[in-house]
Write a protein that binds this ligand. Structure first.
Ligand SMILES: Cc1nnc(-c2cnn(C)c2N)n1CCCn1ccnc1
Length: 118
């Protein structure tokens, strides 16, 4: 059975509700623009070579909707992959690099607030 089917129970929907809320907040953030959709590998020289596992907010949302996150850990790993890729490919003082640092700080803050509430 594919993971999508196995995780289709209602409580998993409930379990992942905070992630959908959190992801919506990330997407609505003013500094989210570099991360909203997959990097166009054909038009960004070097990206495919340097970044082994590209990730973006749209892809994360697709995986969430298709129940492909079997636990909280995998969701966090993908979100952090977005920011780690950004830091790897962009200088800290670049536009995109700065956006990535601000987004990571925002995510870390909201994630700990969410955890404390549970
Ligand atoms: C995310 C991310 N990390 N690096 C890039 C990127 C894309 N082109 N160049 C030269 C980069 N350093 N991106 C994607 C940024 C996507 N973007 C750029 C303008 N609007 C969205």
């Amino acid at each position: 059975v594919s993971c999508a089917k196995r995780a289709k129970t209602p409580n998993s929907e409930l379990l992942f509700l905070p992630f959908r809320v959190l992801l919506a907040e990330l997407e609505a953030h003013q500094d989210a623009w570099p991360f909203l959709s997959p990097v166009k590998l054909k038009s960004v020289p070097g990206y495919r070579k340097v970044i082994k596992k590209p990730m973006d907010f749209f892809t994360i949302k697709e995986k969430l909707i298709n129940n492909m996150y079997l636990n909280q850990e995998n969701f966090i790993i993908d979100v952090n992959l977005v920011f780690d890729n950004c830091q790897k490919f962009n200088e800290d003082d670049s536009e995109i690099g700065q956006a990535g640092h601000r987004m990571k700080r925002f995510f870390d803050k909201r994630w700990t607030e969410l955890l404390r509430k549970q």
